[in-house]
Design a protein around this ligand. Structure first.
Ligand SMILES: [Zn+2]
Ligand SMILES: [Zn+2]
Ligand SMILES: [Zn+2]
Length: 456
């Protein structure tokens, strides 16, 4: 075992813990960066510089993950250049409250010191930090005072073929010009290896070159149900096919909204990921609902703003969802900073197929589940948390995960279909729904109510 650890094949509990912390720190650092960006004051600028300096230290540089880090944090790579200490010193020198700032942002001697700063101390004689602290559930610790992050776990990126994030789908155009137009804009962020013929550069396991793209699905369909999600998955699969990108394992990261990605029907669709899309495995990871706000919202906001501006400048007439798609497709595919996003891809759907035999019974303890894996037709492996750090999970053998004490045991669930008319009888309290959700071709909905406040 010790030998395997030495060879970097098996991770020690400490390393696992560090990975876990690193993941959270990354999320938090990004949150802080977004916040400081919005403030635009001198102080917030200093803060931003200090954070960036702090996260581009020797280890990040030596391990060549600077580029990936820059793209994860959505900052230009040049912001992460230069030596950490040097940059930080410079910034401290130009700060009039140097002593105060330095006390708040000390120059850490090691990553361990850095981690420790964001967590409550380990208890006496305790080997591990408390789970609440690692899960950021603890009230007494966190990165509220800003902090640092270690290099990312390289193996994670290599293992992920493609990941995507999606916002809770529909975003209405804010501008008054659009008041009569409803446009659904679904945003996915795709991370994948570069394809030489298409991207102009190659990518291998030894020398990964990760491409990031924003994938937009524009539609006049305003229902963001599991049928819509399924159509988006279709569009992405077709796009990947069109660039000859072969995916064996698709990793999706979505929010955990019970009425969309985490509805029982949407989970049932995932259980059919193999037959629908030809992936060996479709893995969906659920964020806690509030955590999924971020880059995808910014990406959608940018596109909408550009449309608004074009209208204000009388450079475009946009009256329908298709006009919006056409404008975006013709004008917004190129990006300014390819390290943040290489290109924007737009697709238009005017008709969502809702005549699918895909309605499922609810999955027990849905709320606790944060990762679902398609095994074979209708069969899902589910667990409370995702693991991307042990060998078993990286090799798609979640059943022999080595971190079950942190992420929970894998359970197998056979998803069960429910017939059209059964939907009315079987509404679990977990699902929010509307009557229109039940109406499909070939179904009859009968309902009665004695509640005068209801609209049916
Ligand atoms: Zn704590
Ligand atoms: Zn929702
Ligand atoms: Zn694992």
């Amino acid at each position: 075992m010790a030998k395997l650890r030495q060879m970097n094949i098996v991770k020690s509990p400490d390393e696992i813990e560090n990975d876990e912390i690193a993941k959270h720190v990354l999320v938090d650092v990004k949150k802080v960066l977004t916040h400081t960006k919005a403030q635009r004051s001198k102080d917030s600028l200093v803060t931003k510089h200090i954070i960036l300096a702090a996260v581009s230290g020797e280890s990040v540089t030596e391990n060549r993950c600077k580029k990936k880090l820059a793209s994860k944090l959505e900052v230009p790579i040049r912001r992460l250049s230069g030596e950490c200490m040097k940059q930080r010193k410079l910034i401290l020198e130009s700060t009039h409250d140097r002593a105060i700032v330095e006390a708040r942002y000390p120059i850490f001697k090691s990553q361990a010191d850095m981690f420790a700063e964001t967590l409550c101390p380990k208890g006496t004689n305790k080997e591990h930090y408390k789970t609440e602290c690692l899960n950021r559930k603890c009230q007494n610790c966190g990165v509220a005072n800003l902090l640092l992050m270690p290099e990312e776990n390289d193996t994670t990126d290599e293992a992920i073929e493609v990941t995507w994030e999606k916002c809770s789908a529909r975003e209405e155009i804010q501008s008054s010009y659009f008041q009569r137009t409803e446009v659904s804009l679904h945003v996915s962020i795709i991370y994948r290896h570069a394809v030489l013929e298409y991207d102009g550069k190659d990518s291998t396991t030894e020398n990964p070159n990760i491409i990031k793209e924003h994938f937009f699905v524009v539609s006049n369909d305003d229902k963001h149900d599991h049928h819509f999600v399924h159509e988006v998955q279709n569009q992405i699969k077709e796009y990947l096919n069109s660039i000859s990108y072969n995916v064996s394992t698709m990793h999706e990261y979505t929010d955990g909204c019970q009425c969309q990605y985490k509805s029982r029907h949407c989970m049932g669709d995932v259980s059919n990921g193999q037959q629908d899309f030809g992936y060996d495995r479709l893995i969906r990871n659920y964020f806690e609902t509030s955590h999924a706000k971020g880059p995808q919202d910014a990406a959608g906001g940018y596109v909408k703003r550009q449309a608004d501006l074009a209208i204000l400048r009388r450079k475009a007439t946009i009256q329908t969802a298709h006009d919006f798609y056409k404008f975006a497709n013709e004008n917004l595919q190129e990006t300014r900073d390819s390290s943040v996003c290489l290109r924007r891809v737009f697709r238009f759907i005017d008709n969502i197929d809702r005549n699918r035999d895909r309605y499922f019974k609810s999955i027990p303890q849905n709320r606790n589940i944060h990762q679902i894996i398609s095994e074979r037709e209708g069969l899902l492996s589910v667990r409370n948390l995702s693991c991307y750090s042990c060998d078993s999970c990286l090799l798609n053998m979640a059943h022999s995960c080595q971190h079950t004490e942190l992420v929970g045991l894998v359970k197998n669930i056979q998803t069960e279909k429910e017939r059209g008319c059964a939907i009315v009888e079987d509404i679990s309290p977990d699902d929010d729904f509307e009557v229109v959700d039940m109406i499909r071709k070939g179904s009859l909905v009968a309902s009665y109510t004695d509640d005068e406040g209801e609209d049916f």
